[in-house]
Design a protein around this ligand. Structure first.
Ligand SMILES: NC(=O)c1ccc[n+]([C@@H]2O[C@H](COP(=O)([O-])OP(=O)(O)OC[C@H]3O[C@@H](n4cnc5c(N)ncnc54)[C@H](OP(=O)(O)O)[C@@H]3O)[C@@H](O)[C@H]2O)c1
Length: 394
């Protein structure tokens, strides 16, 4: 087995084996080789915002500080009109209470669908299923739904989309309340044509499973889990996603583990671009930042994505897939900062992400932790706290 295949398997496993090393190895593979610097053109939307956007944001963001607010403006001003907003109807009494909780001020942003559907409500906190069997996925999804999660990352790599889909169906919760993201892994295919057909097969497999086991006949998002080896391959992957979107099987399109240069493969000088990526899922936490490009601090990473109309969604926000990176020392600093707010280390680490301008996909096996991880919208870390947390990753 060569190094590249091994690294793909390590990362793909989503296991507690430190995927950072998987990442580093993958970075050395053609997948992450530096791409030619290309000029940015009018593909990128400006930052101008309508009064309606500001008013909506003000209402939504009233528990956030100014720093949050400016980031949020950047995220919701990519054009389009309001639409497809989630309703507040719950499927059961327990769920209805939780739904109110999940709609806390500042707990979601709008993503552009690049269609007549307009903007889509995207809860900042998502439950990202890890690798376990369908039965465990079923139970954990029901728990997450019960405590108020409405955003789900059901990756093909977790190998339990069936269990997840069954739980969605059995929960009885109105489909319109949920934001469901699937994923496709097609980064081994090289060249436009092969990447296009591998990605087409991938999204069709997602739809087959979601429909068969959960009566889920559209997705809110589909994520390209890794970029292909070069621009042409990436564009082939994306063309397949745009097909899915034009068939109204998915509302928004996203990527994962993309550098700014790889985003520019899609955004710059690409005549076939009709739907832009709105989310980039990256390994990102107080303890770890992506290594591409090297040397950017947290704010610069957020900005590099926001300048391209893309919201960062942190994976491993509490470090599980990053092995030892989330050290006890880092946990202790977060816990200390959390004391005056009566918040745990995990809540501080997640709140730091939100105040830095990111969203996150998190996982736990405990109901109490599910509840805790959603309960981060009623406090604001002070600028001094933020500076201390910013410096944890040096
Ligand atoms: N795109 C990619 O390449 C990629 C790669 C890796 C992962 N992912 C996605 O990202 C998701 C999350 O990342 P991750 O798996 O690394 O996990 P994570 O969310 O960073 O960490 C989860 C760990 O934190 C603990 N935890 C959660 N809430 C807690 C709380 N309130 N207090 C104390 N401990 C808490 C959990 O343990 P307990 O069970 O004890 O709570 C678990 O050990 C994955 O499930 C997967 O969907 C994507």
């Amino acid at each position: 087995m060569n190094v590249r295949v091994l690294s793909c398997l390590l990362v793909a496993s989503y296991s507690s084996i430190p995927t950072v090393s998987g990442f580093a190895l993958t970075n050395n593979s053609p997948t992450y080789r530096p791409l030619q610097q290309q000029q940015q053109d009018s593909c990128h939307d400006g930052m101008a915002s309508s009064k309606e956007d500001y008013d909506w944001l003000l209402e939504k963001s009233n528990s956030l500080n100014r720093r949050d607010f400016s980031k949020r403006v950047a995220l919701v001003t990519t054009g389009g009109s309001m639409g497809w907003m989630s309703s507040s109807k719950g499927g059961s009494a327990a769920v209805a209470v939780a739904a109110t909780k999940s709609a806390a001020a500042g707990s979601s942003v709008l993503l552009d669908s690049f269609s007549d559907a307009g903007k889509v409500d995207f809860p900042l906190a998502s439950f990202g299923l890890q690798v376990y069997d369908d039965e465990k996925a079923y139970k954990l999804t029901l728990t997450a739904l019960e405590v108020g999660y409405r955003n789900f990352f059901a990756s093909v790599l977790a190998r339990n989309q069936k269990g997840f889909a069954r739980a969605v169906k059995d929960s009885g919760i109105d489909r319109k309340e949920l934001f469901i993201c699937g994923s496709v892994v097609s980064n081994r295919a090289s060249g436009y044509k092969d990447a296009y057909s591998a990605t087409t097969n991938g999204w069709k497999q997602n739809m087959d499973i979601f429909t068969k086991y959960g009566d889920i006949d559209y997705l809110d998002q589909i994520m390209l889990d890794y970029p292909g080896p070069d621009c042409e391959s990436i564009r082939g992957q994306w063309a397949a996603f745009q097909d899915m979107h034009s068939q109204k099987l998915v509302k928004t399109l996203s990527v994962s583990n993309f550098s700014p240069d790889q985003l520019d493969c899609l955004l710059v000088n690409n005549d076939n671009l009709s739907v832009k990526p709105v989310v980039n899922q990256l390994p990102f936490s107080v303890a770890y930042h992506p290594s591409y490009p090297q040397g950017l601090n947290a704010q610069q990473i957020i900005k590099a994505n926001a300048d391209r109309g893309v919201l960062v969604q942190a994976w491993a926000p509490l470090g599980y897939s990053l092995g030892g990176k989330f050290t006890q020392q880092i946990k202790d600093v977060c816990a200390q900062i959390g004391k005056p707010y009566n918040k745990s280390y995990a809540q501080v680490a997640l709140r730091w992400l939100v105040q830095t301008g990111a969203s996150f996909t998190c996982q736990t096996t405990k109901k109490s932790h599910f509840i805790e991880d959603l309960d981060i919208y009623d406090f604001t870390l002070s600028p001094q706290d933020m500076d201390t947390l910013d410096k944890l990753y040096a």
